[in-house]
Design a binder for this molecule. Structure first.
Ligand code: HEC
Ligand code: HEC
Length: 204
């Protein structure tokens, strides 16, 4: 893909003499992080709001959370066939630039509650309270620093992430999450995912 872009830039500069002059000091101009970020959003969704199964929305995540996760993927401490392949070749500067771009994407609006199962929501809310999820993730589940935003994340992705943490398949930057889920039943994990994915507006 990069080669293709390289060739078309070359063709452009050859066609426009003035452009060639302007770019004289940067003859092998590579696509910027902003330009390459479009490839990320092909999976993570327009504006970072994912429409793709098991693929998280990135909108609303803090830059520190995003860079930590990119680092974990690159170092092989978090693994996923699609995302590990993306992170493998990233430089520290790439990770910084992508995380900065992620932090600028406004989060999706809260759920309007239409078609949402009130009983499951109540079960999820009481589990979240019992296990003190908000003590780290924030009263509005918007996350902070290295802690993930959870509010209105995709349900399938949340359920998978919780199941991986509880089985010790996803290790995390710290053991915070596996400790938080210790002893929790599988049904509780799916109720929590349902609750967080359908979260109504909550005042922090
Ligand atoms: C081919 C699809 C695909 C592409 C392209 C892709 N990602 Fe991902 N990304 C995923 C999937 C799937 C996951 C979830 C992995 C998992 O379940 O552990 C993920 C996870 C992430 C996460 C962690 C999010 C979280 O909530 O923990 C970040 C950050 C991320 N990607 C950033 C990027 C960036 C930056 C790019 C572009 C350089 C990118 N992704 C390109 C599929 C993709
Ligand atoms: C002691 C602090 C703490 C508590 C309590 C906690 N979390 Fe977390 N959580 C974290 C941190 C930190 C991360 C980032 C994971 C990492 O370190 O890589 C995280 C990540 C997650 C993720 C992954 C998000 C993503 O985008 O991949 C989910 C889902 C999650 N937490 C749900 C919960 C739920 C549900 C509860 C309550 C049962 C909870 N957390 C309690 C600190 C906490």
């Amino acid at each position: 893909m990069q080669t293709g872009l390289g060739i078309s830039l070359f063709a452009l500069t050859a066609a426009f003499g003035s452009l060639a002059l302007a770019q004289a000091d940067a003859p092998a101009k590579l696509p910027s992080a902003q330009e390459r970020f479009a490839a990320c959003l092909a999976c993570h969704g327009e504006g970072g709001r994912s429409q793709m199964p098991l693929t998280p929305s990135l909108a609303g995540q803090r830059s520190f959370y995003a860079i930590t996760q990119l680092f974990l993927f690159r170092e092989g401490r978090r693994s996923n066939p699609l995302m590990t392949a993306m992170a493998k070749g990233m430089s520290d500067d790439d990770m910084r630039a992508f995380s900065g771009l992620i932090a600028q994407l406004p989060p999706a609006p809260p759920s309007d509650g239409v078609g949402v199962d009130a009983q499951r929501m109540a079960r999820g809310a009481s589990l979240a309270e019992q296990y003190r999820c908000a003590s780290c993730h924030g009263a509005d589940y918007a996350g902070d620093k290295q802690v993930a935003r959870l509010a209105n994340q995709r349900e399938d992705y949340l359920a998978q992430a919780l199941s991986e943490f509880s089985q010790g398949k996803r290790l995390g930057y710290t053991p915070a999450m596996s400790e938080a889920l210790a002893g929790m039943a599988p049904q509780a994990l799916t109720d929590l995912a349902y609750y967080l994915a359908n979260l109504p507006a909550i005042k922090p």
